[in-house]
Design a protein around this ligand. Structure first.
Ligand SMILES: NC(=O)c1ccc[n+]([C@@H]2O[C@H](COP(=O)([O-])OP(=O)(O)OC[C@H]3O[C@@H](n4cnc5c(N)ncnc54)[C@H](O)[C@@H]3O)[C@@H](O)[C@H]2O)c1
Length: 338
């Protein structure tokens, strides 16, 4: 049984806890938050102890693995401290607000021989996975272009917290939100060699980073990608389209109403797959799947499906996009040598 401690008892910590409780081979043994009240609330509902000192918690002798669900600027210290104490680590996305922080986290885990998995959970969403499978199968030929848009009107409800307004603390929208899309675009299209982005802060003057951007990617394969990242859109949406040499994929929406995928070959054969159909293949939630993968990787002594390098690559694309927006020039990838 892998004994797991969860650090960070906010919106995501709660969601991770409820799914981890259903993963076979894992046992939640404690919760920690700098807010004693938040830690107590969750700990009481799971009947385990609450802690408020994160450093003591992630080095606790009774814990085999930690799930880190704190704001991004805290991930590096918690990960490195936990790794030095030989704990396996599941860390929420974005891995950290800078690529160099991510590399330090990876090195600490490698030095200490512990597993590190990053919560790029979109890889477990049925439609994201279906796009990946269709492109990887080669049935549609070679990838030419991948366009993803994720647009909305800013943070509301539980997501409207002060740290999200600071790029140093959250990584800004391109990391805090769009590491999901940048990871997806790299997962589907492969490694990127150049990022060219345009953007600015148009509406949210209390945020210190762009709230709208177009980020274009040049893949090493020669394919091209474009992300429309927006927090200034009264009409929200989250979709994508893919063109390959022998066919296309249109995804009007990744989730919610209208979530479906249309695949059409160049000779006109078309099929439409609804989210409901795909969901039958995946009876567990995406968060359950990622945590199950983390626990399975520890138990089987293998690398998890989503590594520290994957988490870092998504952060790197976002960081390159910020650099490109600031300099108005293309930015070559990688930013840091592996
Ligand atoms: N996978 C997803 O789709 C998804 C969705 C939401 C959030 N997240 C990620 O989860 C992480 C947390 O986001 P959230 O929405 O739960 O934030 P939140 O603000 O709701 O909760 C964060 C909690 O961490 C606590 N905290 C802050 N610093 C701490 C420290 N050093 N040690 C211990 N506790 C500390 C805060 O008191 C708070 O309770 C972020 O990295 C975020 O990007 C992922």
């Amino acid at each position: 049984m892998i004994k797991v401690g969860i650090v960070g008892c906010g919106a995501m910590g709660r969601s991770l806890a409820s799914e981890l409780a259903k993963v076979e081979g894992a046992k939640i043994v404690g919760f920690c938050d700098v807010s004693q009240e938040r830690a107590m609330e969750l700990a009481n509902s799971y009947g385990v102890p609450a802690y408020s000192d994160p450093i003591a918690f992630v080095t606790h002798p009774e814990i085999d693995a930690v799930v880190i669900a704190t704001p991004p600027f805290t991930h590096k210290e918690l990960t490195i401290t936990a790794a030095e104490a030989k704990k396996h680590i599941f860390c929420e996305k974005p891995m950290a607000p800078t690529t160099s922080d991510c590399l330090e986290m990876i090195r600490a885990c490698e030095r200490n021989g512990v597993k590190l998995m990053i919560g790029q959970v979109c890889r477990y969403y049925p439609l994201h996975r279906a796009v990946k499978e269709n492109v990887a199968s080669g049935r549609l030929g070679e990838l030419i272009s991948l366009f993803v848009y994720r647009v909305g009107g800013g943070f509301s409800g539980v997501w409207d917290v002060p740290w999200r307004k600071s790029r140093a603390q959250s990584g800004g929208a391109l990391m805090e939100i769009n590491t999901h899309e940048l990871d997806f675009m790299r997962w589907v299209g492969g490694e990127v060699e150049c990022v060219f982005a345009h953007g600015g802060n148009y509406v949210h003057s209390d945020w210190d980073y762009p709230d709208c951007a177009f980020v274009s990617l040049s893949y090493r394969s020669g394919a091209i990608g474009l992300l429309h990242s927006s927090q200034v859109s009264a009409i929200g949406g989250y979709g994508c389209r893919v063109d390959c040499t022998k066919g296309s994929i249109l995804l009007p929406s990744f989730w919610g109403e209208g979530a479906k995928m249309v695949v059409r070959t160049a000779d006109g054969e078309e099929r439409s797959i609804s989210m409901d159909e795909l969901s039958e293949r995946f009876p567990h939630s995406p968060v359950w799947q990622e945590l199950n993968e983390f626990i399975s990787a520890i138990r089987e002594g293998r690398e998890p499906e989503i590594t520290g390098y994957d988490g870092m690559a998504a952060v790197e694309l976002a960081e390159a996009a910020y650099m490109s927006i600031e300099t108005k020039k293309p930015v070559a990838i990688p930013l840091v040598e592996r």
